[in-house]
Design a protein around this ligand. Structure first.
Ligand code: NAP
Length: 243
């Protein structure tokens, strides 16, 4: 049985990805930071369907916590052959108002967090000369969003990191791809008012917000053998938004 590590799998896109991978027969390492109860619910739902899952608390911004988690996953589930680097945070406001602390935390989680998780799974993937890494960026990392300049910058960094890693790791048999979601109906967008939601929806050609499951299906595809000849790609899951 293959093991997948999904960072930020207690809620939203990561949780939907956990269910999708479990259904596809993977043992799922459910990483979380602050919502342990939600992570346990994800695990229990997978177990109740006959799947295999364990929860692992770690702040992916912290390399030593991520290293400890990865070692523990190896002991309890087997070393991950797939990494979904999904954990992320957002921030909304004028660029001129953002202080250093908020800027640094965004980059620590969204960029260093991806690098930390990659760094921890890589040695084993390189040894085995196989592996799949899927990062989660954002349409804002491709086109930029007003009042989300720092967030957009972190996601552009994830896209650049993904494309470069894909080239570096291809000779080691490791595929590295990115999903780039548009506007997805998760708690990350809970701050939107009803009017704002309607206004955003009018900008989406397919006429609705994406679901976490829409994104999870794209992640599972990129991790599957159906995507063996795809690497360095940025797959938009956006209903046509931002194009
Ligand atoms: P969400 O509902 O807010 O969930 C975020 C997840 O990340 C939670 O499971 C959270 O765990 C985890 N997390 C946050 N910081 C972490 C850390 N330092 N270490 C470990 N886990 C951490 O967000 P989402 O909408 O599912 O977003 C998932 C990814 O998609 C993010 O990278 C986000 O930027 C990206 N994205 C989302 C949208 C959207 O419209 N929703 C659009 C484009 C891209 P705890 O709750 O346990 O702390």
């Amino acid at each position: 049985m293959q093991t997948v590590l999904i960072t930020g799998a207690s809620r939203g896109i990561g949780r939907a990805a956990a269910f999708a991978f479990a259904k596809a027969g993977y043992a799922v390492a459910v990483n979380y930071l602050s919502h342990g109860d939600a992570a346990e619910q994800v695990k229990n739902a997978i177990l109740s369907e006959g799947g295999v899952a364990e929860t692992f608390r770690a702040d992916v911004a912290d390399l030593s916590q991520t290293e400890r988690m990865t070692a523990e996953i190896g002991r309890r589930l087997g070393r991950p052959s797939v990494l979904v680097a999904n954990a992320g945070i957002s921030a909304f406001g004028l660029a001129a108002d953002m202080g250093d602390d908020e800027w640094n935390r965004l980059f620590a989680v969204n960029v260093r967090g991806v690098r930390n998780a990659v760094r921890c799974v890589l040695p084993d993937m390189i040894d085995k000369k196989s592996g799949k890494i899927v990062t989660v960026a954002s349409v804002w990392g491709e086109v930029g969003a007003s009042c989300e300049a720092a967030y957009s910058a972190t996601k552009a960094a994830v896209i650049g990191y993904t494309r470069a890693l894909a080239k570096e790791l291809a000779p080691s048999g490791i595929n590295v791809n990115c999903v780039s979601p548009g506007v997805i109906d998760t708690e990350m967008n809970a701050r939107l008012t009803r009017e704002e939601r309607r206004a955003v929806m009018e900008e989406i050609p397919l006429g609705r917000f994406g679901t976490a499951e829409d994104v999870a299906r794209a992640i599972l595809f990129l991790a599957s053998s159906a995507a063996d000849y795809i690497t360095g790609e940025v797959l938009g899951v956006n209903g046509g938004f931002g194009r």
